[in-house]
Write a protein that binds this ligand. Structure first.
Ligand code: UDP
Ligand code: MG
Length: 326
């Protein structure tokens, strides 16, 4: 059995060699054939030269390097496309995903699991981020159709057929947590204690997290559109009822002139609601705009993978696919 390890790297020069040494130590004990697929996501530091050196020394290492930073989602996609293994493990380069867990993942895979997820605890995280994450997952699981779990990230093992299924999802806006959950198959989860980042710092700022959260919400369903529609209908019926009441009162008691405040409140509230709705619609239109352009997910500027080796040819569409869409 060949196992591929996909590693997205963005400005990881300080830790890459250590990462490679730790992982190769670990896999030497496991007795499978291994292959490492490093994806340099347009790093601006010495990540690429290090990858070139690693690949020159170790034939198990292959790499590709993007022309600029395309984001971790694109890097993972490229890695999956170029991974040939019967099972693929995705892990971060910063050693926050302990290589010691690969063995455990392979055991679970041997038991027939297609996805083996390592779920991190939130130990050592800042309280704000922990609370934020809790609230977010509570909310999002009420809104999207797939189940998303706190602490479950991209550190996981995927069977060949799961990888093929993921590669069939060619959408431009990729929210991999959702994509992984969407493809399904037999999935098992185990927990591990979160390791604090050793070198460098997390590329996630608060703003990026917020945008990521919004992506998750919007790329998986059209419930926000529904919510906007219902809210609009609710407000419309309230306004009609209120109008009937006012007219009724005026007919019975004659016209008087209060209501300035009511008027102002209603007008501003409605304007706000409409802005929100236009925003929601706009988000979806924006997504469609990006999807229809059909741009490649990434551009490669350097690689030691010969064109004949990859990317894997697109799979034959499954006959049943496309009949049921969510
Ligand atoms: N990463 C990437 N492209 C990016 C940002 C991050 O490929 O634009 C990689 C990064 O090198 C690391 C992994 O994705 O291997 C996770 O990134 P990070 O540690 O910054 O995120 P966190 O662990 O805080 O979720
Ligand atoms: Mg990290």
């Amino acid at each position: 059995m060949l196992i591929s390890i996909v590693v997205p790297c963005f400005n990881e020069e300080e830790i890459l060699e250590r990462f490679h040494a730790r992982v190769t130590d670990e896999i030497a004990r496991l007795g499978h054939e291994f292959q490492l697929v490093y994806v340099d996501d347009g790093s601006r530091d010495g990540t690429l030269p290090i990858l070139e050196t690693l690949a020159a020394v170790d034939p198990r290492a292959r790499y590709l390097s993007f022309s600029r930073n395309f984001g971790k989602e694109a890097a993972m996609l490229a890695g999956l496309q170029h991974a040939e293994g019967d099972a693929v493990v995705i892990m971060d380069a910063d050693l926050q995903h302990p290589p010691e867990l690969i063995g455990r993942m392979l055991e679970e895979h041997a038991l027939g699991n297609d996805q083996v997820i390592a779920r991190r605890t939130r130990k050592g995280d800042r309280v704000t981020r922990t609370v934020g994450a809790r609230a977010y997952y509570w909310l999002i699981n009420r809104l999207v159709d797939v189940e998303l779990v706190d602490g479950v990230g991209d550190f996981r093992l995927l069977s060949r057929r799961t990888v093929d299924a993921i590669l069939e999802l060619t959408e431009y806006n990729r929210f991999s947590k959702g994509l992984f959950a969407w493809v399904g198959f037999r999935t098992t989860t185990f927990s591990y204690e979160n390791a604090v980042r050793e070198q460098g710092r997390s590329a996630w700022t608060f703003g990026k997290l917020l945008n990521y959260g919004l992506d998750g919400l919007l790329s998986f369903n059209n419930k926000p559109l529904r919510a906007a529609l219902y809210l609009g209908l609710l407000l419309l019926s309230l306004a009609l009822a209120y109008a009937t009441w006012i007219v009724g009162v005026a007919l019975v008691r004659g016209v008087d002139t209060p209501g300035y405040v009511t008027l102002l409140v209603v007008v501003t509230a409605l304007a706000g609601v409409q802005m929100v709705m236009v925003g929601v619609v706009g988000e979806y239109v924006g997504r469609i705009y990006y999807e229809v352009k059909r741009r490649p997910h990434f551009l490669v500027k350097a690689s030691n993978i010969s064109p004949s080796q990859g990317p894997r040819p697109p799979q034959e569409p499954h006959p049943a696919r496309g009949l049921v869409r969510r």
